[in-house]
Design a binder for this molecule. Structure first.
Ligand SMILES: Nc1ncnc2c1ncn2[C@@H]1O[C@H](COP(=O)(O)OP(=O)(O)OP(=O)(O)O)[C@@H](O)[C@H]1O
Ligand SMILES: [Mg+2]
Length: 580
């Protein structure tokens, strides 16, 4: 709650003005029936046109003041709720941007999208409604009750009988509605995740001709959402009719009982008219209150989901780093008896007893079967994840002692699952370094063997890329990703299987250009093909999370059986391919 106060504070005046201005409506609504009864009792009964006109003018003026207050109240409640939730959205987005990889693993993208859009919207709706009705509904209830009692206390007792019944009904509805709303938000989550996945992967779906399957999957999720929404709405829709029924019965009771009082000569006709209006107002205000409460129960479910994101503890920060001003200068990487597991609670160790050093200016190759932990290993260098045991050192300093910015600035990493963003090629490359000159951009592209195909495009570097770089080939995309990382001029360059879609000749050219453009950089290259790492100064062979061989190609060919196996199987395959 304290956190939300901070978001409300900048708009406090709007938050206060909105309900206060709405109070003018309350006064108007309480006074108008009274004026009306005065016109009927005095003006109409005595045929006093002057009195009717005078009272009429007062009523018009009251109505004008009411309207002005109503407009002001509506304006400020809209302003307060819209501004406050806009800031809340900003904060949520910033928080998610700060998430570590591990934090991101916790939520599905769809769930985060729902929380940032739909859930925030729920909060906005209920804030707007709440501000308008906060004083108005209780004000009208109390005001109308007082007026009713002042007019005729005996008659007013009728209402007191109705109120407890209605309150019980409202509370029951709320208690029942809350879990149903929570479930409904979850279903929206699921639907959004499904849509997200199906739309971003529409090409895969089409190539596997799985449209029908996906449609069916979607229909099930949609049906689920429909059912849970209907389930929640069933309760909500009951509220209005119950209220209306109560209102009509009470009005009837009042008119019947009031009629008898008038016949007995103890009350004037005008008073009964006003009285029925007050009854309607009392029940209306109860109805408004119940609506606010009902919407709140929906919003509370949303607030919980928003708080969950805001409360997520970012498990990977540089708050306790002792060398925050230190920058990566050499690029020496050392692993000291590193063990790593994706889950905190003693989960399966993906890496164990990892010891090696990668020297500046040298190339370190990493090879191993799929799932052997290559990606997991290199992710520890820029602290995308933290080690479970042991230490990763850069320039002799534990990576946890650097500020994340300085550490990651020093490391250029081309992820295995890499993406480009919508925008021009130039914009995408400059992502690595916004201040790069045109020449630097070109040089990086040249080194990554991307300049050739980029300049062959009609618009060259200003060519637009589709979402995720969908309109360039796989190999072209990989080369652009490498160029982007090169533009950072990193001290440590990590390529995680980044040339898998590039032909061997081009790959060799990229490697060659590294030896000139990145002379002093530590280069760590993960590859599937032995050819990609053959010339490396040192090669690590990884198997099931352990290093089973380390040395140059020649050394490994002599003393590492697993390496030889990979070598011969790949060579045989190449022969088969060239023979066929
Ligand atoms: N985010 C994650 N959460 C939990 N487990 C993971 C995660 N990423 C990978 N793993 C597991 O860690 C193990 C090593 O995966 P990793 O991606 O490091 O292998 P790899 O050697 O890079 O494989 P490939 O050659 O296919 O890229 C695998 O068993 C995988 O299931
Ligand atoms: Mg991998």
């Amino acid at each position: 709650m304290k956190r939300y106060a901070a978001y409300i504070k900048p708009y406090l005046s709007a938050f206060l003005l909105a309900p206060l201005l709405m109070l003018t409506e309350v006064f108007g609504e309480i006074l108008l029936p009274k004026f009306m009864s005065m016109i009927i009792n005095n003006g109409v009964a005595d045929r006093d046109t002057g009195y009717i006109i005078r009272m009429g003018i007062i009523m018009v003026l009251t109505a004008i003041v009411m309207a002005a207050g109503g407009i002001g109240g509506a304006y400020f409640s809209a302003k307060a709720s819209i501004c406050f939730t806009s800031d809340l959205r900003d904060a949520l987005f910033a928080k998610v941007q700060n998430f570590s990889f591990k934090n991101i693993d916790q939520y599905s993208t769809g769930s985060l999208v729902t929380r940032l859009t739909n859930d925030v919207q729920q909060v906005q709706n209920v804030t707007m409604m709440g501000l308008r009705l906060l004083f108005r509904a209780p004000g009208m209830l109390i005001g109308a009750l007082i007026m009713a009692f002042l007019m005729n206390a005996k008659l007013a007792l009728v209402i007191l009988i109705v109120i407890p019944f209605l309150s019980i009904a409202i509370v029951t509805i709320m208690v029942k509605a809350f879990p149903r709303f929570t479930l409904m938000q979850k279903k929206i989550d699921k639907l959004n995740s499904g849509i997200q996945e199906a739309l971003t992967n529409v090409r895969v779906i089409k190539s596997f001709v799985r449209e029908d399957y996906e449609e069916e999957k979607f229909q099930t999720m949609n049906q689920d959402l429909k059912d849970s929404s209907l389930n929640a709405m069933k309760i909500v829709i009951a509220t209005m009719p119950i209220m209306m029924f109560a209102m009509n019965v009470t009005t009837l009771a009042v008119v019947w009982y009031g009629g008898n009082i008038i016949i007995a000569g103890n009350m004037q006709v005008g008073d009964l008219t006003a009285f029925t209006t007050y009854i309607v107002q009392i029940l209306m205000s109860l109805m408004m209150l119940s609506m606010v409460l009902l919407q709140s129960s929906r919003a509370i479910a949303s607030v919980k989901r928003i708080s969950e994101v805001l409360d997520t503890e970012i498990d990977l920060t540089d708050e306790n780093a002792s060398r925050k001003d230190l920058k990566v200068t050499e690029g020496k990487v050392e692993f000291k008896d590193v063990a790593f597991s994706y889950s905190n609670e003693g989960g399966e160790k993906i890496l164990e007893h990892i010891n090696f050093t990668a020297e500046p200016g040298k190339v370190l190759g990493i090879i191993g079967t799929t799932g052997s932990g290559k990606t997991s290993l290199v992710q520890l260098i820029p602290r995308l994840y933290d080690v479970t045991e042991g230490q990763v050192l850069v320039d002799g300093v534990d990576v946890r002692e650097y500020s994340l910015k300085n550490l990651r600035d020093g490391v250029g990493m081309v992820l295995q699952k890499n993406v480009l963003f919508s925008g021009t090629i130039d914009e995408n490359l400059r992502w690595g370094n916004e201040e790069a000159s045109e020449e630097e951009v070109r040089n990086a592209a040249k080194a990554a063997q991307a300049d050739g195909f980029v300049t062959s495009f009609t618009n060259g570097y200003d060519s637009d890329l589709g979402q995720g770089g969908s309109n360039v080939s796989g190999g072209q995309k990989q080369r652009l990703c490498i160029a982007r990382a090169l533009l950072k001029k990193p001290k440590i360059l990590i390529l995680d299987d980044s040339t898998s879609a590039v032909d061997t000749a081009t790959e060799a050219k990229i490697r060659e250009s590294f030896s000139t453009t990145l002379k002093d950089t530590t280069k760590i290259i993960i590859a599937q093909r032995i050819g990609s790492v053959e010339s490396a100064d040192k090669i690590i062979v990884l198997d099931d999370g352990r290093i089973i061989g380390m040395g140059t190609h020649e050394e490994l060919m002599k003393n590492c059986e697993a390496y030889q196996e990979i070598y011969y199987s790949q060579r045989d395959r190449e022969k088969e391919v060239s023979a066929s």
